[in-house]
Design a protein around this ligand. Structure first.
Ligand SMILES: [Zn+2]
Length: 120
């Protein structure tokens, strides 16, 4: 980014793209807050795909599948990560076993011994 105005416009565009078709997340207040926090952090950070490390804010990747880590030991807290569209779907998508390995490794950083569960 060359200046603050361009950065803000980029963040606004990014938020709009991410907000499309998130009806599952909208049903869960904790996940909705976690995603909002993740989006707010884009103002100061540059989130990357947890599969290929492509950065979302520079337009080289689009977030596609979100991973929310929720700890039973910390009520009301959730960590958010995302896979990009290339890693998640299409001809070059990561195999399910590789996605599970990445997700499990990330989950256990936050919650040792944690297990995966589908959205309610
Ligand atoms: Zn990726």
């Amino acid at each position: 980014m060359s200046n603050r105005h361009e950065r803000r416009a980029s963040v606004a565009d990014f938020r709009k793209r991410v907000s499309d078709d998130l009806s599952l997340i909208d049903r869960d207040p904790l996940l909705k807050r976690a995603l909002a926090y993740w989006l707010a952090s884009c103002e100061v950070g540059n989130p990357a795909c947890i599969g290929c490390k492509a950065q979302f804010m520079d337009g080289s990747a689009e977030p596609c599948a979100y991973l929310f880590v929720v700890s039973p030991n910390i009520p009301g807290a959730a960590s958010t990560s995302a896979f990009c569209d290339r890693c998640w779907r299409g001809d070059q998508a990561l195999p399910v076993c590789q996605i599970e390995t990445i997700v499990t490794r990330l989950l256990r950083l936050f919650l040792p011994g944690g297990s995966l569960e589908p959205l309610p």
